[in-house]
Design a protein around this ligand. Structure first.
Ligand SMILES: Nc1nc2c(c(=O)[nH]1)N[C@H]1C(S)=C(S)[C@@H](COP(=O)(O)O)O[C@H]1N2
Ligand SMILES: [Mo]
Length: 335
């Protein structure tokens, strides 16, 4: 830790850490795992050492096509090791070995003494309690990384955190894939049958009004709808808000700090609100023009990507960005 902290440069990044299972509770029929609704996400400043500097110092082969497989030290003897294979280009770009969170030493829960911090990518890539890193020419895969029937190093890379439709028994294993952007993976199903959870996709959440809340307009007859939006390692470009359950949308504006490309943005939408019952939704679009879909598909549709404004129902309940399930019902009373 002395060497990591003092022999290399120190850098900070603001990163929206979202579990890939956030929004799983809205899948119908229900899937296994923690029934996260919308709270498995936070926005934090992480500080540490660029992994690129360490690889350079130790002569790691950083050519394209390589992966850095990073292992957590939390597995009890004999259990699957939490290991993630991160594409080398992302590692070199901005990945840190982080030992501080919001300017304080990393807590045990968040990965003390050191964790991988992959800006903009789903929580599952951000390996905590790191104790080994291997430079490899492919992801962890096959016999070499398994122990008989036990998926010792491969479980959390190859079997879990994959988009698996109803008709597949499990995920197809790959040594490498042609694109890492999760949404693009989901659209290139001829080459990638089951997308890996890497970078995050455009998503937004309304924080005010809260679900079931009764709110009063200000003296001007307005309510400020407030929320957050992010898009992984793409920038979030626009957020639109609907106060009629998704029939019509108006553009929201960003406010507050723009803490870099991997940080969420706060948004507000000024709503001329009259008394009544309302369903509010928000829809984010990333800098490539890719918006949140409206609903989650049925399992029978066997979707693997976002199609026809639907997010694919999948066995692991991953990456739900559909905005209708995240709608907020509220009541406006007389001002
Ligand atoms: N070693 C290790 N790292 C891990 C995990 C784990 O189980 N073991 N869980 C991952 C998952 S799924 C998520 S969402 C994030 C959560 O990070 P946090 O606890 O700091 O919020 O850690 C990731 N890193
Ligand atoms: Mo997670």
């Amino acid at each position: 830790m002395e060497e990591i902290k003092h022999s290399f440069s120190t850098e900070s990044v603001t990163h929206t850490m979202q579990c890939s299972g956030n929004g799983r509770a809205y899948f119908e029929p229900q899937v296994g795992g923690n029934q996260w609704s919308f709270g498995a996400v936070g926005n934090t400043v992480w500080t540490g050492t660029p992994v690129s500097a360490i690889l350079e110092q130790y002569g790691g082969n950083t050519s394209e096509g390589n992966f850095l497989s990073v292992m957590g030290g939390d597995a009890p003897e004999g259990e699957d090791i939490f290991c993630r294979s991160i594409p080398m280009q992302k590692v070199l770009d901005d990945t840190l070995l982080a030992y501080e969170m919001n300017g304080a030493p990393m807590s045990a829960e968040h990965g003390f003494p050191v964790r991988l911090l992959v800006p903009g990518w789903y929580g599952n890539n951000n390996v905590k309690w790191v104790n080994r890193m291997h430079v490899m020419d492919k992801m962890v895969i096959g016999d070499e990384w398994e122990d008989g029937d036990q998926r010792l190093y491969t479980h959390w890379q190859q079997y879990s955190y994959r988009v698996i439709p109803e008709e597949d028994d499990g995920a197809e294993q790959y040594e490498d894939i042609p694109v890492y952007d999760t949404r693009e993976q989901m659209n290139r199903t001829d080459e990638i049958r089951n997308a890996y959870m890497y970078d995050q996709m455009a998503k937004s959440l309304i924080g005010y009004p809260g679900a079931g809340q009764t709110v009063t307009p200000n003296p001007a007859g307005q309510i400020e709808v407030l929320g957050v939006a992010w898009a992984g390692d793409d920038r979030v470009d626009t957020v639109e808000v609907s106060t009629d359950g998704g029939d019509t949308f108006g553009e929201a504006e960003f406010f507050g700090p723009a803490a870099g490309p991997n940080s969420w943005r706060q948004f507000r939408y000024v709503w001329d609100a009259s008394p009544g019952e309302y369903t509010l939704v928000s829809r984010a679009t990333d800098e490539q023009g890719r918006s949140q879909p409206s609903t989650i598909s049925a399992p029978e549709e066997q979707l693997r990507g976002i199609e026809n404004d639907k997010f694919p129902w999948n066995k692991g309940g991953y990456a739900n960005t559909a905005y209708m399930p995240h709608a907020v019902d509220c009541t406006v009373e007389e001002g």
